[in-house]
Design a protein around this ligand. Structure first.
Ligand SMILES: [Zn+2]
Length: 99
């Protein structure tokens, strides 16, 4: 977890979300609850486990099933998802998903 300098909130922790949501956060758009999708990455070696916030378009593009990516057997999907992740200020992210 790194730090980001936000124009509104100053120094803050980073939230990594898909580019689609990041663009909405930057443009002060309202979120649509069904578009906020939590993907669980399962890594047997315990290095890349985690939850990532992405959107329905990306799910379709990558072909993610059951909101899960197995790091060992679906590395290509993980890589594609990871490429789109964009760092945003965690407070801006929180206010986007609550308004
Ligand atoms: Zn902020």
């Amino acid at each position: 977890m790194g730090k980001i300098i936000c124009e509104k909130h100053g120094e803050n922790t980073i939230a990594f979300i898909s580019k689609y949501h990041a663009d909405n956060v930057f443009n002060n758009k309202k979120h649509i609850p069904s578009e906020i999708i939590n993907i669980h990455v399962i890594d047997k070696q315990n290095a890349f486990n985690g939850n990532y916030i992405i959107d329905p378009i990306l799910i379709k593009d990558i072909g993610i099933r059951d909101f899960k990516i197995n790091f060992q057997t679906e590395f290509g999907k993980y890589e594609k998802m990871f490429d789109t992740l964009t760092p945003v200020c965690s407070k801006c992210w929180r206010s986007y998903k609550t308004t």
